[in-house]
Design a protein around this ligand. Structure first.
Ligand SMILES: Cc1cc2nc3c(=O)[nH]c(=O)nc-3n(C[C@H](O)[C@H](O)[C@H](O)COP(=O)(O)OP(=O)(O)OC[C@H]3O[C@@H](n4cnc5c(N)ncnc54)[C@H](O)[C@@H]3O)c2cc1C
Length: 134
């Protein structure tokens, strides 16, 4: 998935999990988002039945908007991270530094679950801090 948010529903249909391209592009994990999107899809379908509306405009509000509000930031950060992998020298630099620094390796481990921490990887200041051991 790109940084733009792809539609995950339309007239009379809802996509969840892999079908909606919800695999985290950086970690490759998709089970959590598949389950989560399934739960949100069920809630959206309940609203569809209640209002007897199954059109794209209704589903976008009932499902796409809710889903991306919850996991959109996470997917955006991971997409940026995936793009950073195109610069192997940068990743080698970070991994070599982490190999020598226990606190940096702990920080990177925590980035798998802490989105605010992971967002640091998008900022040049993060790399400057590593470069100058701050
Ligand atoms: C090698 C590998 C390792 C992975 N490791 C991890 C991991 O460690 N952690 C993690 O979070 N994610 C991991 N993932 C990703 C994760 O498996 C998927 O993101 C997740 O399973 C998606 O769930 P889903 O329900 O959307 O799709 P799926 O799990 O693919 O389920 C879709 C189901 O629909 C069935 N189906 C397909 N077509 C039809 C049809 N016409 N009629 C009826 N049934 C149909 C399929 O047989 C399948 O059972 C891994 C993926 C791969 C390929």
């Amino acid at each position: 998935m790109g940084t733009e948010q792809l539609p995950v529903s339309g007239d009379n249909f809802i996509l969840t999990g892999d079908a909606a391209s919800l695999v985290d592009p950086f970690s490759g994990e998709g089970i959590g988002n598949a389950l989560y999107s399934g739960m949100l899809a069920a809630a959206a379908i309940e609203n569809c039945i209640k209002d007897n509306r199954y059109d794209a405009a209704f589903l976008k509000e009932a499902y796409d908007d809710v889903l991306y509000k919850r996991i959109g930031d996470e997917l955006r950060i991971s997409t940026t991270m995936q793009k950073l992998c195109r610069f192997p020298w940068l990743f080698n630099f970070v991994v070599n530094k982490a190999h020598k620094s226990k606190s940096l390796s702990n920080t990177i481990s925590c980035m798998f679950t802490d989105m605010d921490l992971r967002d640091q990887l998008r900022k040049p200041s993060f790399y400057f801090k590593i470069l100058f051991n701050r």
